[in-house]
Design a protein around this ligand. Structure first.
Ligand code: SF4
Length: 348
């Protein structure tokens, strides 16, 4: 059961209201370099990213937005801090969403001007609280409670301006804090929630941290869009996000590789085979399950359970497709035989 939330539209993408959980990322190029940013947006679209946020730190970045928007394959969300003129310029450039906190862009009339322009264009605003930048005056309660209070204050400020195209995030590096914050705010507001574990680190630690944090929340039915934050290429963030969603059967995209961890029974170089198969699967959009197994103990069962599978033995393996044993394959032909069967299933 997923938490009910009010749907919003970011360009053509629906977030909340029971829509599929949306995968998003953030460009890491200098936004002032429109060509590099557009290239990265195309790379993100190629791996299944559905929404892209980009930082708009100054006027020059805002001036690059019209070209970026024109050439972007993805809906864009402008990330704004402090200067309401950057938000207005971003809206003027046609961005599909804003990420800003009304509390940090100054005087009420500036907030009202941004909200008015966003409402005219039906552009949603994400308000977000990061544990590392809680307001100075929110001193009471646990960090999670203070995050909820701070987020609610931002939401109420928008609601007071008769604006409800709202999305909310409450991110922390600490997983229990993040889970407590999201579970705390979930019953208090009707708006969709954007999930993330912020500053989660390099690929390995960040992937685990994100999988644990987002996994807990998604399993509880909380979350309408996700961003995995990694110190690394944004395409990797998208790949990890899909793996998290696939592991909970919330989204299906591309092929899934099942491979055994190997043990003392192994009699082939399974790791090399699995890596070669995985590299090939990156190019496949269909939700196929491919099993690469090391011996006859668990191998035949897993291989037969997949769309395509192989149970490797000593010098020979048994190839399966759709649960049916196809034939015995010589060791030097494991990869080519698997790829040939995968190609057949992946063909349009
Ligand atoms: S499938 Fe065979 S080789 Fe692989 S881990 Fe299991 S017992 Fe070991």
């Amino acid at each position: 059961m997923r938490r009910e939330s009010k749907p919003i539209r970011i360009g053509p993408v629906t977030v909340g209201g029971g829509a599929p959980i949306v995968v998003q990322s953030m460009t890491k190029t200098d936004t002032r370099d429109a060509a590099a940013t557009v290239r990265q947006l195309h790379a993100l679209a190629g791996v299944g990213c559905e929404l892209a946020r980009l930082a708009v730190p100054d006027t020059e970045a805002a001036q690059a937005l019209p070209r970026i928007k024109k050439e972007s394959p993805l809906p864009l969300i402008a990330d704004i801090h402090f200067d309401h003129r950057l938000a207005l310029a971003s809206l003027g450039a046609g961005v599909d969403g804003l990420r800003l906190n009304p509390g940090n862009i100054g005087a009420p009339e500036r907030v009202a001007a941004v909200v008015r322009a966003a409402r005219e264009r039906a552009v949603p605003i994400r308000v977000g609280v990061n544990a590392g930048s809680l307001p100075q005056d929110a001193r009471r309660g646990s960090v999670a409670e203070r995050m909820v209070a701070a987020a609610l204050a931002q939401v109420r400020q928008l609601e007071a301006l008769d604006f409800d195209l709202i999305k909310v995030s409450l991110k922390a590096f600490d997983v229990p804090t993040t889970v407590a914050a999201y579970t705390g705010i979930a019953p208090l507001i009707p708006y969709p929630l954007h999930l993330g574990i912020t500053e989660s680190g390099l690929a390995r630690a960040g992937t685990v941290r994100s999988a644990v944090g987002l996994g807990v929340l998604l399993f509880l039915g909380i979350g309408d869009t996700v961003r995995v934050s990694l110190t690394g290429p944004p395409e990797e963030e998208v790949a990890v996000a899909y793996e998290i969603l696939k592991s909970l059967n919330l989204r299906q995209r591309g092929a899934t590789l099942v491979s055994c961890p190997t043990c003392g029974r192994i009699e082939t170089d399974l790791e090399s085979l699995a890596r070669a198969v995985e590299a090939h699967l990156q190019k496949i959009d269909k939700p196929l399950k491919v099993a690469v197994m090391g011996c006859v103990v668990n191998g035949p069962g897993e291989a037969a359970d997949a769309d395509v599978g192989i149970a490797c033995g000593k010098g020979r393996g048994v190839l399966f497709r759709g649960g049916v044993k196809l034939r015995t394959v010589e060791e030097q032909d494991y990869l080519s035989a698997l790829l040939a069967e995968i190609e057949k299933l992946a063909a349009p």
